[in-house]
Structure formats: structure tokens, C-alpha cells
Write a protein that binds this ligand. Sequence first.
Ligand SMILES: [Zn+2]
Length: 160
Amino acid sequence: MPNLRLTPQNIASMYEHARDTFPHEACGVIIGRRGESFSVEVVKCANIQQAMKEKYPEQFVRGADTGYFMDPRDVRNAFDLAAKKKVEVIGFYHSHPDHDAYWSEEDHRAAMWAGTDEPSFPDASHVVVSIYKGRVKEGAVFVWNQELGVFEKEATLEGE
Ligand SMILES: [Zn+2]
């Protein structure tokens, strides 16, 4: 089902966000209509992982350099914006500072309803941006394969 269609501007916007937050992870929501790239928008969200780690050190082991926790207010705004524009939340993105654009165990865990093997957004596409030393190497799009019960790479996005 997925097949996320992104415009060069959408990709540039995610790459810019990854550069701005480097060496911390950038994260955000992708809204629009699947297959209609002109309707797609990238909504940047604040990564509050560091604050969460300071508040709840036992639950949040990772810092913002290897983890992200989207500010719930930003996520809510993204959903509100999608509703207002009569489009949907069709994806999420985050960056991997000084790491490749792979789907990590942590990414798998974060994409599931807590403690289950059911993805919270089975139709969403997940973009991972690899950025080394502040320069984007490449991006990758991952989608849920219901039959196999895993996230698979659907596409690679050229770096800069
Ligand atoms: Zn990740």
C-alpha cells in the first residue's frame, strides 16, 4: 500500500532539519495524500529526548544523539494540520547522526504499540536520514510488511 511520493522540497526540508539539529536526531511527521506528492508536507517536531532523559533517566537511557522523542504538542499540531487540510498523517521521519540509514531495533520498538509487535501506524512510511559530520549521506524509506511482520526498505533517497 505505502509508496510515499515526496517532492524534492520535502526531502530538502528533512535534510535541512537533520543538519540544523546535528549532532542530535531530528524528527517529524509527514502529512498529505499518498501517491500525490504535491499534497505532501513535512512537519518538523522538536526532539525532547534529552529533557525526557533528564526527567526519567531509567526509562530514557539514550540521549538525543542516538534517540528521539517527538514533542507531543508538535505531533498533535501535525495531526490537527492534517485534519484541517483534509489530508492524513502518512509518515514519520528522523535522522541518524553519524550512522547509516538503517532500520534499528530501537526504530522497530518505537514504531510499535508499546510492548507489542503491532505497528501503531501500519500504513505509515518511515524515513531515516543518515547524516555524517553535518552532511547528509542518504535517506531511506521503510514500510511495514504485514505478512513478514517486519519493516522493509522501500526506497533510497539520494544524499547531498
Ligand atoms: Zn532510528
